[in-house]
Design a protein around this ligand. Sequence first.
Ligand code: DGL
Length: 258
Amino acid sequence: MDNNKPIGIFDSGIGGTSIWAEIHQLLPDEKTIYLADSKNAPYGQKSKAEIIALSCKNTEFLLNMDCKLIVVACNTATTNAIQELRAKYNVPFIGIEPAIKPAATHSKTQTIGILATQGTLNSELFNKNVEKFHNTKIVEQVGHGLVQLIEKGEINSPEMTKLLRSYLNPMIEANIDYLVLGCSHYPYLIPQIKKILPEHIHIIDSGEAVARQTQNVLKEKVGLSNIKNREPLFYTNSDPKVLSEILGNKYEVIEKDF
Ligand code: DGL
């Protein structure tokens, strides 16, 4: 295994860049290739079979670019397809799942909220995980429409505020003290969400944990890069402008059909 091969990261769109940013911060010497399948976003309402097929397509693109490890930076793809990916391809996969454990462990009201896609909340993997926390009341909410707005670059639109209020107000009424963001697009909504939630409600996502897990797997199984400060590559199969903007217009985004 060549330690200096890139890490491949994919998502249904631009949201997984929140995970990419954590990985790039923790492991700046690793070459990263980010794939935004925005043409097929959102994955959240697709069938398991469709999500598996799209995840295989993205994985094959990244394996053709010689990636040494794949990060599935999408809760929907992880909870619906990671078992199939691991069975089919001979490369380590890191997935992202809603951080129920830290929220349930620390909750004082024993009530937590989770905002995620339909695909994640309906998945077997997610529901098996939820069963472990039967002492905690979990208020589940599908974030209908949120990913579509983020993909259009409308993070701060009045429509976004309206949707978020309608999803979060029932959770506030149910007395949650933790909100779990179960979709890699949602960390971009944290400033908006903070305006709606009372201060005592903690917001958690899984980005940092995924970066740490990536570091551990590289150390234990694959090997860390020994080349310094490597520039990431970004690919999208849709309008590159939105991806470029979410990255602060700091990186070149390559438009390619895949
Ligand atoms: N960013 C994705 C996730 O973490 C998927 C959103 C979607 O495409 O519906 O679930």
